[in-house]
Ligand binder design. Sequence first.
Ligand SMILES: Nc1nc2c(ncn2[C@@H]2O[C@H](COP(=O)(O)OP(=O)(O)OP(=O)(O)O)[C@@H](O)[C@H]2O)c(=O)[nH]1
Ligand SMILES: [Zn+2]
Length: 215
Amino acid sequence: MDDLHPFSTESKEFETAGPEGEVDAPQEHRLAGLYRELMRGIGEDVRREGLVGTPNRAAKAFEFLTRGYREDIESLVNGAVFQSTSQDMVLVRNIEFYSLCEHHILPFFGKVHVAYLPAGKVIGLSKIPRIVDVFARRLQIQENLTEQIAQCIEQVTLARGVAVIVEARHMCMLMRGVEKQAASMLTSSLRGKFQQDESLRNQLLRFLPASAGES
Ligand SMILES: Nc1nc2c(ncn2[C@@H]2O[C@H](COP(=O)(O)OP(=O)(O)OP(=O)(O)O)[C@@H](O)[C@H]2O)c(=O)[nH]1
Ligand SMILES: [Zn+2]
């Protein structure tokens, strides 16, 4: 049998029986053919048993890892911004994230700490990790991820100040390239009061886990 065309949908594994028992055309993910071509490119036999389902599986995984492109902040926040008289710092620490570096399409992952100073409104707690994921689940660099999270929290809460700290390890530095296993990267984005007020920054530092920078 000839090799399957990269965009072919001929894999038996994805055939499904319809209501009257007829066999539907197999439903492959729109990116599956590209993965098949990639595997051929490294000299793999894309028809061998272990790999038959891989292009579709990998395509679905990649779609999941990049789902941030298809998410919308407004519907994700879903109006969960509540009136509050609280003026003091709110800090959500240790939000784990997984992203893909835009240079190598390899994972980088770690923790995000988000602080803000409410100005009459607080955001639903779960919405902060959701916002982190919208920007993490894309091709990214850590600096832009940090900045985008801070900007979004500021826009949604209209807070007097926002601080976002990201500590992460990059697989492109661990498993290839310079191969530095212990190196991690710390990035920050300080907005409003966090930029202006040193005592507030010091307070934030005291609240952050001692491990900051050692994800
Ligand atoms: N600033 C920043 N750099 C990143 C990030 N992720 C990956 N990089 C870097 O992007 C750079 C790409 O450099 P290139 O020289 O074009 O690519 P390369 O030859 O694969 O580089 P090496 O990783 O040094 O082997 C590397 O220095 C990576 O470490 C990130 O989130 N932020
Ligand atoms: Zn990289």
